[in-house]
Design a protein around this ligand. Structure first.
Ligand SMILES: C[S@@+](CC[C@H](N)C(=O)[O-])C[C@H]1O[C@@H](n2cnc3c(N)ncnc32)[C@H](O)[C@@H]1O
Length: 449
């Protein structure tokens, strides 16, 4: 029997999929149902049919799981940016997702024996230190397009953002009206204000804002005057001209408009200086646990030479610098490198050498005789991709921070020819979403003798 579009039917949910959706089976083919949980019987409506699977919408939970809770956010079902607010024990689900990826891609015989208990977050809401919102000519102009659609979702009250960011986001529609700025109309390809990016420090006493505009001529004086009068904590202001076909938040040119050029953070006993593009983990409390675990797993000593690659603003390298002899720090992004250099100077650190540019090229430039005791890597979602540099250098230990369980598992498959997997620690960096952060420790096989 085949499924039809818009068909309604009952389904038993068997497990959770990589994007946090429930998965049930119809005639042995997977049906993905957002907001459904394992062991639930649900009524669904089929929305999309492909060869091997279908996508459906949840209409009713007929037999709820004991793990089901009421989502805290009233926009939860409409928004789609969170996927697990309806689940009580998100840590268990995330550990399960990591294990599934390891089983599918890593070729480890028994991945369970390497995986530690997940490091949970003490805070499930109000943790995001950065908001990125599109601005469109709707009644409520701040929001984003629902994943894979051109359906604009207004999200004025997102409860994942830190409180000050939420307060500013709520005020922006009033300031747009009062300053008579025209919000961007996607259909007519016209308008002035296209996006807003806001970041804050842990104390919520310092805020950086950057607006994406359609041209340099857009007048922003009134907008910023009204906004900073209401929120004097805004102490760094930028604008950038957006190319709609490219990145909606960062244009080629980023222009400082007023107040400080940077956002200063006091984080784990160091002072970090962020420029608008510079990477920083989105959840301060979990980031601290993430870095503590990374440094602990590395087990470094005072004579060690280490590399912090894909370093962002160099947090791992900076934190580990006082425990080792020398740190090489690699990163490709200019703003990150600028922030890293200033941070190293601000903190009077003298044993860090910066290797700018692409990771593989940068480590190929190292003297072949240099023995690397530990390599820290924390690549983007795409994972390591090119292993030549690592395999040439053969660091004794690799501590790998990952935000994608699938690419982590595929990288394990390649690296485990030369390395023992010693430990994998999942961490919940983004509560209420299906994202899983993990830390992997690898030890060089020939080094174990
Ligand atoms: C997930 S972030 C990690 C940052 C850092 N470890 C931290 O915890 O803040 C990944 C970083 O890799 C950088 N990156 C991306 N591709 C790169 C490449 N080919 N070579 C070096 N760095 C790269 C990005 O600019 C980004 O800062």
């Amino acid at each position: 029997m085949n499924l039809d579009l818009n068909q309604e039917l009952e389904l038993e949910i068997k497990r959770v999929g990589i994007n946090g959706e429930g998965i049930g089976y119809f005639e042995k083919k997977a049906v993905f149902v957002p907001e459904a949980l394992p062991n639930e019987r649900v009524k669904i409506k089929i929305l999309k049919i492909a060869d091997k699977f279908s996508h459906a919408e949840l209409i009713e939970v007929i037999r709820p799981s004991s793990e089901r809770i009421k989502p805290k956010c009233s926009d939860y079902s409409n928004c789609g940016a969170c996927q697990l607010q309806h689940a009580k024990n998100q840590g268990e689900i995330k550990s399960e997702l990591l294990l599934e990826s390891l089983c599918k891609y890593s070729s480890l015989a028994n991945p369970k024996k390497f995986v530690d208990e997940i490091i949970l977050s003490d805070k499930s809401f109000y943790y995001r230190n950065k908001a990125m919102m599109l601005v469109r000519d709707y009644n409520n102009p701040l929001g984003f397009y629902k994943t894979g659609t051109n359906h604009f979702i207004s999200t004025p009250n997102c409860i994942l953002h830190m409180k000050i960011i939420g307060d500013i986001l709520k005020e922006i529609p009033n300031v747009i009206k009062a300053s008579k700025i025209v919000c961007y109309d996607e259909r007519r390809k016209k308008g002035e204000l296209m996006s807003v990016l806001i970041r804050c420090d842990q104390t919520e006493e310092k805020v950086m804002i950057m607006v994406g505009v359609s041209s340099l001529e857009v007048k922003l004086d009134k907008f910023f005057e009204l906004l900073t009068n209401k929120f004097p904590v805004i102490n760094s202001i930028y604008k950038t001209v957006i190319d709609i076909k490219d990145n909606p938040y960062y244009g080629d040119e980023i222009i400082h408009v007023g107040r400080e050029t940077h956002l200063d953070l006091n984080f784990m006993d160091y002072k970090f200086r962020l420029l608008p593009r510079a990477f920083f983990q989105l959840n301060y409390l979990q980031a601290e646990k993430f870095y503590q675990k990374i440094i602990k797993l590395a087990g470094v000593k005072k004579t060690d030479i280490v590399i912090d690659a894909y370093a962002g603003i160099g947090i791992i390298g900076i934190l580990v610098s006082k425990f080792v002899k020398r740190v090489f720090l690699n990163e490709i992004d200019k703003d990150c490198l600028e922030s890293a250099k200033t941070t190293i100077e601000l903190n009077g650190i003298t044993n860090i050498t910066i290797l700018p540019g692409d990771f593989v090229k940068a480590i190929n430039g190292l003297d072949k005789k240099t023995v690397i005791d530990c390599l820290f890597v924390d690549p983007p979602r795409s994972g390591l991709i090119d292993y030549t540099g690592i395999l040439k250098l053969r660091p004794k230990r690799i501590v790998y921070g990952s935000c994608n369980t699938a690419t982590l598992s595929k990288d394990i498959k390649v690296l485990s020819e030369f390395y023992f997997v010693t430990k994998i620690v999942p961490l919940d960096m983004f509560p209420n979403t299906s994202h899983v952060e993990s830390i992997l420790l690898l030890n060089l096989k020939s080094d174990r003798k």
